[in-house]
Design a protein around this ligand. Structure first.
Ligand SMILES: *Cc1c(COP(=O)(O)O)cnc(C)c1O
Length: 391
């Protein structure tokens, strides 16, 4: 049997698709890491505000552990629901501007739990092709019909809405910031369509929570569409620097999830140190808009300079900036050359992206100093030119 696994791995290797773990030996200030004995500017992390290293989160995690312990001891409905969970959920609801919120152990588990609770056989979930894998896994688990529409293709979505009228319940699901292209969902248009066809809208704000919107609540807040979205989902694992997923919305939705979301019911509650860190991160996001302004301003500069130099940034509008390389081998070589020059960025290959659209993705963070980002832009542009990746 292991021979079969080895053969499959060799086949991946032959297509430049084999993945390997790399060890981060040290996390350093300024959004840097030491890998393979070398210090690199980390342009691969989702720690968009640098909060994972913030002393206030670290101290809050310690304090919560001292007061409540290292673990929560049970699942939420048994006896694992600490006052700390309640406090974090109240703060999430306040940030999102909704009646209530519920937290899950990860964003992945939130998506599994909420989609499988809300839909089942006989229902239809309409899903943007570039949505996160956890949304697809939730749909598969639910047994609902899956209707994928091409990325941000509203015409195709509308046809699917017309064709699926006989379904019991219908749910449109979209990321708000797409992690492979760094672009945004057309949320206003999606909200109009869901009204017209009387279906529900779920928005995954994993990459937008803490980054977009006046309060940092995400794209729905930024566009004034909070009340147009039935299911707000996001994570504490990216800009909030810690771990956990949330769903926010109507009180009845949250009560229903307490009763029906299996990944909530049958899993141990998040541990106190994580909750302490999340509570501190929520305070910081609420009180300090400056880091997200800096991040978005640096991201705009990054996209504009790369595009002006002839690189294809694939329509990015956010702190996630991909650069198209084309073939898998080209993306791998681009990433390897950048790494030689002190930049850590990942090559994204199929099945994460369509064949022939392999790319290197850069994720910016407020932890990165402006001069380091300026130098990174020069290195990226010079390397892309050497490789003939400019248009
Ligand atoms: C990262 C991510 C998730 C999963 O969140 P985790 O907290 O890492 O499990 C879900 N949806 C999207 C769009 C993501 O980017």
């Amino acid at each position: 049997m292991f021979i079969e696994l080895e053969t499959e791995l060799a086949a991946l290797e032959a297509k430049d698709l084999r993945r390997r773990l790399q060890t981060v030996e040290e996390v350093l200030p300024g959004g840097r890491v030491r890998v393979g004995g070398r210090v690199l500017l980390n342009l691969s992390s989702n720690d968009y505000l640098g909060l994972s290293q913030d002393p206030r989160l670290i101290e809050a995690a310690h304090a919560a552990a001292r007061r409540w312990g290292a673990g929560s001891g049970a699942s939420r409905l048994v006896v694992g629901h600490l006052a700390l969970h309640e406090e974090v959920e109240a703060r999430v609801a306040a940030l999102k501007g909704t009646e209530a919120a519920v937290i899950f152990s990860t964003g992945y588990m939130a998506n599994l739990g909420v989609i499988a609770a809300l839909t089942g056989p006989g229902d239809v979930v309409l899903c943007d092709r570039l949505n996160h894998a956890s949304l697809y896994d939730g749909i598969r688990l639910s047994g609902a019909g899956l209707e994928r529409f091409p990325h941000r293709d509203l015409n195709r979505l509308e046809s699917l809405l017309k064709e699926s009228g006989s379904a019991r319940r219908r749910l449109i699901v979209t990321d708000s910031v797409f992690s492979v292209d760094g672009d945004l969902a057309p949320l206003e248009e999606l909200a109009a369509l869901k009204d017209r066809y009387g279906v529900w809208l779920m928005v995954d704000e994993a990459h937008a929570t803490g980054v977009l919107g006046g309060r940092g609540a995400g794209l729905a807040e930024a566009l004034g569409l909070t009340d147009a979205v039935e299911v707000h989902m996001g994570t504490f694992s990216k800009a909030l620097g810690s771990l956990g997923g949330y769903v926010a919305g109507d009180r009845r939705l949250i009560d229903y999830l307490h009763n029906r979301a299996r990944s909530f019911i049958y899993s141990t509650a998040l541990p106190p140190p994580v909750l302490g860190a999340v509570a501190a991160a929520l305070d910081i996001v609420a009180g300090e808009p400056e880091p997200r302004r800096y991040l978005l301003e640096e991201a705009r500069l990054f996209r504009e300079e790369l595009a002006a130099a002839g690189l294809d940034t694939l329509g990015s509008e956010t702190q996630i900036v991909p650069v198209l390389a084309g073939e898998n081998a080209a993306a791998l070589e681009f990433a390897a050359r950048l790494r030689e020059q002190g930049l850590m960025a990942v090559a994204l290959r199929p099945p994460t992206v369509p064949p022939g659209k392999a790319r290197v993705r850069f994720s910016l963070s407020a932890a990165h100093a402006a001069p380091d980002l300026a130098e990174a832009r020069r290195t990226i542009i010079a390397t892309a030119r050497e490789m003939g990746l400019t248009v």
